[in-house]
Design a protein around this ligand. Structure first.
Ligand code: SF4
Length: 373
């Protein structure tokens, strides 16, 4: 069997090397070649003994994901579509900004959570990505962009797990991937510069706090259970009171002293002054302070199947002002990559709906349109 070494964090690679009869420092050398120098062939690894290189070539590989397409936006944003087999594709987006480069990576082919405003959620769920498929996105983007620009230093300064999928529903695969991102022999990113975004899987937020407390973003999108049950169906399992408590617990471990709440602005659905006031009450009910969280308001990118519209700019500004006036740090996300459908909530890829999410969403829509049925 040929083992893809992109599947391992440094500990895993050390175990693999041990089984080959190789010392731990060989694993570190190998790890650095793969992640720091982007080597894709063992023959490139000039400081490894020839006998080891030969051994590795018989039982291991460094196997990237096939690229289906690449699109570059007029604002510099790049979107790749990767083939993950069996008719499934996932998307990865690079967002360049002054002084930093952020890579948004996918953790699943599709998503089972089925948020109403999300393109990925509307496609259904096919399967979890493996650690190697998650890391291959970073490995490819970092070393491709570095080669193109001629840069010696890293190009990607921040990673956000906000692409396709709910990362905390694929915990076993994301944990080693996070280790590689943080490892000084890997990508060497600080915990503040790696963000896991979740729709609110409470027990896994607690697990992440203990195992690998990187920055946490929570897709909130509604101030009440009634509305959130509809927009983010997972809320029925983990209601707001439990989610807020989990966020407060996470703060003790977080690399920053705040949690980021993502809030997609949907016209006349969640963008009215009463929604802002309810949000302020929700935030103030915790910690006797307004400073434990920040809000990122995201103008919705409409797609036909959602039946939703983007909030008016004036409503977004008014909503942000209400939160800010209440002492809550609030930003409005600049939409990036609109012209290549790389903006938030537009990552669609192509997946096989093996869990019937599309059918369930259709039923929800029927119920919403015709409550009497
Ligand atoms: S917003 Fe995130 S959790 Fe919700 S359906 Fe989309 S990918 Fe899944």
């Amino acid at each position: 069997m040929i083992t893809n070494l992109l599947n391992f964090d440094l500990e895993g690679l050390a175990v693999f090397c041990d089984k080959l009869g190789e010392k731990r420092f060989r694993a570190t050398q190998l790890f650095r070649w793969i992640h720091q120098r982007g080597a894709g062939e063992f023959s490139e690894m000039s400081d490894l003994a020839k006998s080891l290189r030969q051994k590795l070539s018989q039982c291991a590989c460094i196997s990237p994901l096939p690229v289906i397409s690449e699109h570059q936006s007029s604002d510099g944003t790049i979107k790749w579509l990767f083939d993950v087999g069996a008719g499934n594709a996932v998307e990865t987006v690079f967002i360049p900004e002054d002084g930093r480069g952020t890579l948004c990576i996918s953790s699943q082919a599709g998503c089972a959570v089925g948020c109403r405003f999300c393109s990925t959620g509307h496609q259904g769920f096919s399967r979890n990505l493996s650690t190697s498929e998650i890391l291959a996105q970073l490995w490819f983007a970092e070393h491709t962009l570095r080669a193109r620009s001629g840069a010696q230093d890293r190009v990607i300064s921040n990673v956000v797990m906000m692409g396709m999928g709910e990362p905390l529903q694929n915990y076993a695969a994301i944990l080693p991937a996070l280790h590689v991102m943080l490892d000084d022999h890997g990508y060497g990113l600080s915990r503040r510069r790696v963000t896991v975004s979740t729709s609110g899987i409470v027990p896994m937020i607690d697990r992440l706090a203990l195992d690998c407390p990187v920055a946490l973003a929570v897709s909130l999108h509604a101030p009440t259970d009634f509305l959130r049950n509809d927009l983010v169906p997972l809320n029925k399992k983990y209601p707001l009171i439990e989610l807020m408590d989990a966020c407060i617990r996470y703060l003790k471990y977080a690399p920053r002293d705040f949690i980021t709440f993502e809030y997609c602005m949907l016209d006349e659905v969640n963008d009215q002054p009463e929604h802002a006031k309810a949000l302020i009450d929700l935030i103030k009910s915790k910690e006797n302070s307004n400073t434990w969280c920040k809000f990122n308001l995201i103008p919705f990118n409409p797609f036909p199947a959602s039946g939703l519209q983007r909030s008016l700019d004036s409503n977004i500004i008014a909503f942000a002002k209400l939160l800010t006036d209440a002492g809550i740090v609030t930003t409005v996300r600049k939409t990036r990559g609109d012209d290549i459908d790389a903006a938030c909530g537009q990552l669609a890829g192509e997946v096989q709906d093996r869990t019937g999410v599309i059918e369930r969403m259709k039923k929800r829509r029927t119920i919403m349109i015709s409550p009497e049925k």
